[in-house]
Design a protein around this ligand. Structure first.
Ligand code: CU
Length: 130
């Protein structure tokens, strides 16, 4: 019910034409709230570039929103945050926070890495059985 109210609010903001054009399911999809939202920051610790926290755990089926902030002061000014299993590959510019959303639709342990610099220390996404 909350979702429907959200959909109605979004529809009124973006316009009824779009809401009707995409159908109710589409409107709900567009306004779907994440089940989990986390913020992960890239930092440099004693010369090593890391995303903190490196490991995140969610439940299978969760819609996950990840806010990504690059605070590494040295060049290069871009780092990546990628999870192949969920087709996530975000490039994060220093000083330009961004976010990515995906649905963790399979359980397991999946590597997280910087697709621009594979040598950088990566992490793990743990998707628990719902
Ligand atoms: Cu990198």
């Amino acid at each position: 019910m909350g979702m429907r109210n959200q959909a109605a609010v979004v529809a009124s903001v973006i316009g009824l034409v779009l809401a009707f054009g995409t159908g109710l399911a589409g409107a709900e999809e567009a306004s779907a709230k994440p089940d989990v939202e986390v913020t992960i920051v890239a930092v440099q610790y004693e010369g090593t570039k890391v995303w903190v926290p490196a490991t995140i755990a969610v439940s299978e089926g969760d819609r996950v929103k990840v806010n990504l902030i690059n605070k590494i002061p040295t060049d290069p000014a871009q780092h990546g945050w990628a999870i192949d299993a969920f087709k996530v590959a975000k490039v994060v510019n220093r000083g330009e926070p961004t976010s990515v959303e995906f649905v963790a639709d399979k359980e397991g342990v999946f590597p997280i890495y910087c697709q621009l610099h594979p040598a950088h220390v990566g992490g793990q996404l743990i998707v628990l059985d719902d």
